[in-house]
Design a protein around this ligand. Structure first.
Ligand code: ADP
Length: 255
């Protein structure tokens, strides 16, 4: 690993945080969770965010995901100042450009895989036919063709996370924000999910930002950013990212 090189200086960062600070609480209980973050992410990168619990990773991800805004500093998304956008404008940016994957899958329980994946399109106002085609395509991309009509209870953890990833990519986001996507999975399923994220990054050009505690999952990323105590302590290129060995579209797993 070495210091990140900006090898395409003519390319502008897709996402840029400049001296971003975030506090929680106020007065005597005010707590500075981010103490001045500078981070530039370029289109097509696969970045892992690591660091101990409480170091500010989720706070930074919430800001990057336009779910929260910084108290101080600038957040530029494709050159636009996110901190100046209204709540509605931020929501639109989120719907148009971002996909989210969480540790806990967050699927609707009594709803089929297909319907879960269609949900963001329903919110967007797409008609039934368009939703059905796009959701089938997204489920195929995560290796779940044939599982469309199963509910989460009928799927393994790995398959549920695939449905969640299909739901995140069905809107064709430019950036996928994944917060501990393998945190609830066993080792084999974790590597399968990583293979899928690598494929989405490599084949579809989706920029991936992933928080993880696990070094062997971070090792798939091309760049590893480490948070310590509300600051970026390290920002390194991973010159030899792990190459997936499992089939990213393996659907043979037994529940
Ligand atoms: P990480 O994701 O690295 O575990 P977080 O971003 O969740 O870290 O938290 C950073 C710090 O901010 C922690 O000390 C945490 O206790 C604090 N914090 C996070 N969310 C809140 C909140 N809603 N109110 C008060 N403090 C918070």
């Amino acid at each position: 690993m070495s210091e990140p090189l900006i090898n395409q200086p003519q390319q502008l960062p897709f996402i840029q945080l400049i001296d971003v600070k975030k506090t929680y609480g106020s007065g005597a209980t005010e707590f500075l969770a981010l103490k001045g973050i500078d981070l530039s992410i370029y289109a097509g990168e696969f970045v892992a965010i690591m660091g101990p619990s409480g170091s500010g990773k989720s706070t930074a991800m919430n800001i990057l995901g336009c779910l929260d805004s910084p108290k101080h500093g600038q957040y530029l998304f494709k050159g636009a100042h996110v901190e100046d956008l209204t709540r509605d404008q931020r929501a639109r940016l989120r719907r148009r450009y971002l996909g989210f994957v969480f540790q806990g899958f967050n699927l609707l329980a009594r709803t089929t895989a297909q319907e879960n994946v269609e949900l963001p399109l329903l919110y967007r106002g797409d008609d039934a036919k368009k939703r059905q085609i796009a959701a089938s395509k997204a489920l195929a991309a995560v290796g779940l063709t044939g599982w469309e009509h199963h509910t989460p209870a009928e799927l393994s953890g790995g398959q549920q996370q695939r449905v969640a990833i299909a739901r995140a990519i069905v809107t064709e986001p430019a950036v996928l924000l994944a917060d501990e996507p393998t945190g609830n999975l066993d080792t084999q399923r974790s590597h399968e999910i990583m293979a899928l994220l690598v494929a989405l990054n490599r084949d579809q050009g989706i920029t991936v930002l992933m928080v993880t505690h696990e070094l062997d999952m971070a090792a798939y990323a091309h760049r590893i950013v480490t948070f310590v105590d509300g600051k970026i302590a390290k920002d390194e290129l991973n010159e030899h990212p792990t190459m997936p060995t499992t089939m990213s579209t393996d659907t043979t797993e037994v529940i």
